[in-house]
Structures are given as structure tokens and as C-alpha cells.
Design a binder for this molecule. Structure first.
Ligand SMILES: *Cc1c(COP(=O)(O)O)cnc(C)c1O
Length: 354
């Protein structure tokens, strides 16, 4: 079965085999070697200076990392502006509410791009801005550089949900106001679910708040710097993350992964266009990671999903109100051009039969 959903991804054999390594006690040096390697490779993926940035690992899915970032990186008494144009922006607003963080939401329709000038006009009195980089709801890659620069000018910390972009899309860590990026092992990095991380600016970490126990970023960062860990981590997920990061480097790193995904996304787009299936957003506004498409005429999502599953593909539904209009195809994981050719041929057959 090939997974075309936005994580977990189809594993390479190399990463799958890494799960079979020896059992490890998480209080032994062998585990801390693994943790150190994961942390340094995560920074290396974006050529980040370990004196300026730190990778804070935790056990959980991408949402754990987002929650850790929001609960920690908005300082005590801080005020958070949240940019929302999809499910994941909405989730950050729910997290802020849950922790009683003073916040305001700037909301856009799910198919819309955020209006950067209007957001910048709202920055007075704000200590942090949170935005989704790749809004997986629609496949939109939100443009963040101008907002990031405006944050930097005002001393505002930009908190980025990079869960579905880290490893595949360019992120300007050093040019603007980014102070933290949350992401996960099992999307563009091709690891398994269970390990997530926040890349945080060490200077910003000094002012972190302590609102959560398990996901407290200050303690996680401090203990990991000391080759320690507060709790039992998902050791096997760390094995897979490290192997996935080695493979990422061997394959040429960020530029190569971006180019690989871009090729597959364009192949899928043009193949589907030839069948009369249009992208929900223009390709130039979309990520290379995932694209949303309009359901072909006369084919409902359940019919398309089930027919493709019998052909060995798992696609993904539109979320919420988009569920009867759209379907989504992610090109993360161990996929190649031949897989996309087979996918297009399968969809062509389904459309013909409808
Ligand atoms: C997948 C995803 C998440 C986290 O989802 P989990 O199911 O917790 O891994 C958060 N934000 C974005 C943008 C995502 O695509």
C-alpha cells in the first residue's frame, strides 16, 4: 500500500529496517548518542548554528510539538496573534485557549491567502505571531517572509507550524523574526510517527513560559543539552528519525527533497489536468508536499478513495466543509515517478467507469 495522505508516510526499506536495532535503555549513553545525532542532524538540515538554535525532541505527534511551542514560547503575560486559514491555524487557537494565553485570531477563509499587510497592521502590543507554513488543509504554502521581517523589526517572536514543510520547503530561519519552528519525524523527513521536535532560538528559550508539564520546552531543552531526558522517549521512533535524517543527507538534503517532491507534484498535477481534474489552488500558491484537487464530476470521495485503495493507494479527504468538494494527494515518503504514473492510470480508469 502506498500512502498519499499527509503523514505517516510510506517508509523506505532503510528506515523500516532501522526499527529492528537492538533494545536500548534510555538512561544509557547509547541512547544519548542517538538523541545527540537526531538533534544535530535536525539543525544541519537547515544549516543552523547550534550556538544560536537548538532542536528540542519530544515523544508525540506533530501536534505535541506545536503545543510545546505555543505553551512555551509565548512568554508569561505575552500576547499571541494567530493567523488562521485552515484546520491547523484553528488548532493553534484552540491550544492558546486551552492554556489561557491572551490571543487574537486573524481569520481567513480556508481557500484564501492571509493578507500580510492587514496582519502587520495588527502587531501593536503583540509579543508573538503564530502561522502555519504549509496549511495542509488546502496545500497552500503561506508566504511568511514579509511577516517574519515585520516581526523582527518589532522584536516579536514568530512561531511557525512547519509540521508539513520542514525538510522540503525553504524556511528563512536567520533572516527574519522566527524564534521557533514545530515539526515532526513522520512527514517530509520520512521517519515514523512518535518523535516530534521544536527548533528554537536559544535566546528566545531564555524567556520561555512554563505552562505545561510533559511538554515543558525549558526542561526538555536543558536536559537534552546535558545528554539527559526527563521521561521515556519513543526509542524506536528515534532510531527511525536518525536513519531518515542520514538518508535525507545522503540523498542531497533539503534542495534535493524539494526538487523530488516538486517533480512528483507537477507530474500529478499535469496527469490529473489531462483527465479534467483541476487543482483547488494555483500550483504557484501550493506547496510541493501536498496538493488539493477538485473531485471529478460524478465521483464522490468515498467512491474514489475505495477504488484507489483496491489499487494500492490511500488518498486523503478534504477537511470539514471541503470534504465533498476536494481530495488531497501528498507526495511525501518513498514514492517515485512510476508510482504517480500508476496512480494517474488508476484514476483515469475510475473516471472512465463513472
Ligand atoms: C500533520 C500536521 C500537524 C500535526 O498533526 P499530527 O496528527 O499531530 O501529527 C500540524 N500541523 C500541520 C500543518 C500538519 O500538516
Amino acid at each position: 500500500m502506498l500512502l498519499l495522505n499527509p503523514g505517516p508516510v510510506t517508509l523506505t526499506e532503510r528506515v523500516r529496517k532501522s526499527l529492528l536495532q537492538t533494545d536500548l535503555c534510555h538512561r544509557e549513553p547509547e541512547f544519548f548518542d542517538l538523541q545527540d545525532e537526531a538533534r544535530s542532524r535536525l539543525l544541519a538540515a537547515y544549516s543552523l548554528d547550534p550556538k544560536v538554535w537548538t532542536a528540542v525532541l519530544m515523544t508525540g505527534s506533530g501536534t505535541a510539538a506545536v503545543e510545546c511551542m505555543i505553551a512555551g514560547m509565548v512568554r508569561q503575560g505575552g500576547r499571541l496573534l494567530i493567523v488562521e486559514n485552515g484546520v491547523y491555524g484553528e488548532r493553534i487557537a484552540q491550544i492558546a485557549s486551552q492554556y489561557g494565553i491572551d490571543h487574537e485570531v486573524v481569520k481567513y477563509a480556508w481557500m484564501e491567502a492571509p493578507d500580510t499587510d492587514a496582519i502587520i497592521a495588527k502587531l501593536d502590543g503583540v509579543t508573538n505571531v503564530a502561522i502555519i507554513h504549509h496549511e495542509t488543509t488546502t496545500g497552500r504554502l503561506n508566504q511568511i517572509d514579509e511577516l517574519s521581517a515585520a516581526c523582527k523589526e518589532r522584536g516579536i517572536g514568530l512561531l511557525l507550524d512547519g509540521v508539513s514543510s520542514f525538510g522540503a520547503e525553504h524556511i528563512d530561519f536567520n533572516g527574519g523574526g522566527i524564534t521557533a519552528v514545530a515539526a515532526t519525524a513522520n512527514k517530509c523527513l520520512h521517519g515514523v510517527p512518535g518523535a516530534a521536535f521544536v527548533i528554537a532560538k536559544r535566546e528566545a528559550l531564555q524567556h520561555a513560559a512554563s505552562r505545561t508539564y510533559y511538554l515543558g520546552i525549558t526542561r526538555l531543552a536543558k536536559l537534552q543539552d546535558e545528554r539527559n531526558t526527563p521521561f521515556t522517549p519513543s526509542v524506536h521512533a528515534y532510531y527511525a528519525l536518525v536513519e531518515a535524517l542520514r538518508e535525507f543527507e545522503d540523498e542531497g538534503g533539503l534542495e534535493a527533497r524539494h526538487a523530488h517532491y516538486a517533480g512528483l507534484a507537477e507530474q500529478a498535477r499535469s496527469g490529473l489536468a489531462a483527465l479534467g481534474i483541476e487543482g483547488a489552488l494555483p500550483a504557484e500558491e501550493s506547496s510541493v508536499v501536498l496538493r488539493a484537487y477538485r473531485l471529478p464530476k460524478g465521483v464522490t470521495y468515498p467512491v474514489l478513495h475505495d477504488a484507489l485503495k483496491t489499487e494500492g493507494f490511500v488518498i486523503y479527504a478534504g477537511q470539514g466543509g471541503l470534504s465533498n468538494e476536494l481530495f488531497r494527494i501528498s507526495t511525501m515518503g518513498a514514492l517515485g515517478p512510476a508510482d504517480i504514473d500508476r496512480l494517474i492510470a488508476s484514476i483515469a480508469k475510475i473516471v472512465r467507469q463513472a
